[in-house]
Design a binder for this molecule. Structure first.
Ligand SMILES: CCCCCCCCCCC/C=C/C(=O)SCCNC(=O)CCNC(=O)[C@H](O)C(C)(C)COP(=O)(O)OP(=O)(O)OC[C@H]1O[C@@H](n2cnc3c(N)ncnc32)[C@H](O)[C@@H]1OP(=O)(O)O
Length: 280
């Protein structure tokens, strides 16, 4: 039994035998050949909001890393943005949308959430700036969150835009902070400072600077050195499967509902006003 366990760890380390660097402009990904740890950096100025193209890149990269048998992944934002981890889903994708593109966007969003939420390797988000709406969602998909502070904010603020965070957004948060706190949070579209997020358990650690936050992320990933990758994957799967299975079973229904809902005049009006307020 012990021998088999060792072989799993050894073979996983061996598979990661080259340093890969993927720079697809909006997304940079490097795999450290010694440690087997990937760093994926979102790089879409000015605020890393998630367009259809960025969604595709994130999903493609996660699926590649899945095949590469990496040991873990850090997800973060390019440092030059300074104060934004991810400004959320690109509201322009929803405002006066082209129906074909909107359908593609929503399908990709579902697929990307499933890929990121269910990775078979450990993941950490190093939240080096504001992380709102879909930005909070991708951070919450990771197994561990380290947030730089104290001046950034994080939360599912969708109701502030006049939209409803889908069930799987809400479930992702409830799995982290508990149903009651998540309910209060999403209804009010609440955003939390780094300290507040730490206090309610939305993030696991805080850090005054990015380098330190990154180190903490690596420490978390290293804590799995002696855990069999198979045991990790199966345990995570059991833990997260009830939430992901709901979306797998209801993908089409969820898609059709959101697709129609997004195009209603009242939602469009709210989105237009919100976009305008951002520009001011
Ligand atoms: C039963 C179930 C039914 C469900 C049906 C509904 C399903 C709906 C699913 C949709 C869920 C939506 C999720 C989201 O993520 S919505 C977006 C949430 N994000 C936000 O609200 C953040 C908004 N942005 C900000 O607060 C600030 O920009 C930020 C703090 C991130 C940075 O501030 P900063 O001062 O640095 O930058 P600016 O505000 O000046 O912004 C610069 C330019 O970027 C534009 N911008 C910002 N955020 C977005 C965005 N999310 N999408 C598109 N564009 C964005 C901003 O307008 C500025 O543009 P200009 O330079 O042109 O002025």
């Amino acid at each position: 039994m012990l021998k088999r366990y060792n072989i799993i760890l050894y073979s996983t380390n061996k598979i990661v035998n080259s340093c890969r660097y993927v720079s697809q402009s909006m997304l940079k990904s490097t795999v450290n050949e010694k440690t087997g740890i990937a760093t994926v950096i979102i790089n879409k100025p000015p605020v890393n909001c998630i367009s259809l193209e960025l969604l595709n890149k994130i999903n493609t990269e996660i699926n590649k890393l899945q095949k590469d048998n990496i040991r873990g992944m850090i997800l973060t934002s390019v440092r030059s943005l300074q104060k934004v981890f991810c400004g959320g889903l690109d509201i322009k994708e929803f405002y006066n949308p082209n129906p074909d593109r909107l359908a593609k966007y929503l399908t990709n969003l579902q697929d990307t959430w499933l890929s990121l939420y269910m990775t078979s390797f450990p993941t950490v988000s190093v939240i080096n700036g504001h992380s709102l709406g879909g930005g909070c969602l991708i951070a919450m998909c990771c197994d561990y969150r380290v947030m730089v502070g104290p001046d950034y904010t994080i939360g599912l603020n969708e109701t502030k835009l006049g939209v409803v965070p889908p069930k799987w957004f809400q479930d992702t948060m409830a799995a982290i902070i508990g149903h009651r706190k998540a309910e209060v949070s999403v209804i009010a579209g609440k955003t939390y400072t780094t300290d507040e997020a730490l206090q309610i358990g939305l993030v696991d650690e805080s850090s005054p600077d990015i380098d330190n936050a990154y180190k903490k992320g690596i420490q978390f990933l290293n804590s799995f050195e002696k855990i069999s990758p198979w045991a990790f994957k199966m345990t995570k799967n059991i833990s997260r499967q009830p939430i992901s299975q709901w979306l797998i079973d209801n993908k089409q229904k969820d898609l059709e509902f959101v697709f129609n809902y997004m195009q209603t005049p009242s939602v469009q009006k709210h989105l237009g006003l919100y976009l305008q307020s951002l520009k001011k």
